[in-house]
Design a protein around this ligand. Structure first.
Ligand SMILES: [Zn+2]
Length: 115
């Protein structure tokens, strides 16, 4: 995983480290291809691994708590983004299940032809 630490201010680095910590606890390998970086448009700090169809992000202002982390799914067809808060998803299996449900619902509503 590429960590774009030079683009981060100290607060963003703290969030990046927290994100990596939580990701590892969940069972997301930090050795796999992906990145930890700051989104220049939103200012959010995020962690993305190619093994998953979601990324984890923290907003600009937050505490360093698990409930400050969101899992974000983006539609590959239309770019719509839907996120869930990690406080409602305790395990990686929960997150994957919730995200897959979001993806399924979105495709059923918006992209029926692609199913
Ligand atoms: Zn879509």
């Amino acid at each position: 995983m590429e960590i774009k630490i030079n683009d981060m201010c100290s607060w963003e680095r703290k969030k990046a480290i927290f994100l990596m910590d939580v990701a590892e606890d969940l069972g997301i390998s930090l050795k796999d291809y992906g990145e930890v970086a700051v989104n220049k448009n939103s200012g959010y700090t995020y962690l993305w691994s190619e093994d998953y169809n979601f990324s984890l992000y923290m907003p600009i202002n937050c505490e360093l708590q698990k409930s400050d982390i969101n899992a974000l799914w983006s539609c590959s067809e239309c770019g719509e983004e839907i996120s869930i808060n990690l406080k409602d998803s305790d395990t990686l299996e929960d997150i994957e299940e919730n995200i897959n449900q979001i993806e399924k619902n979105h495709f059923q509503q918006e992209h029926k032809d692609k199913l």
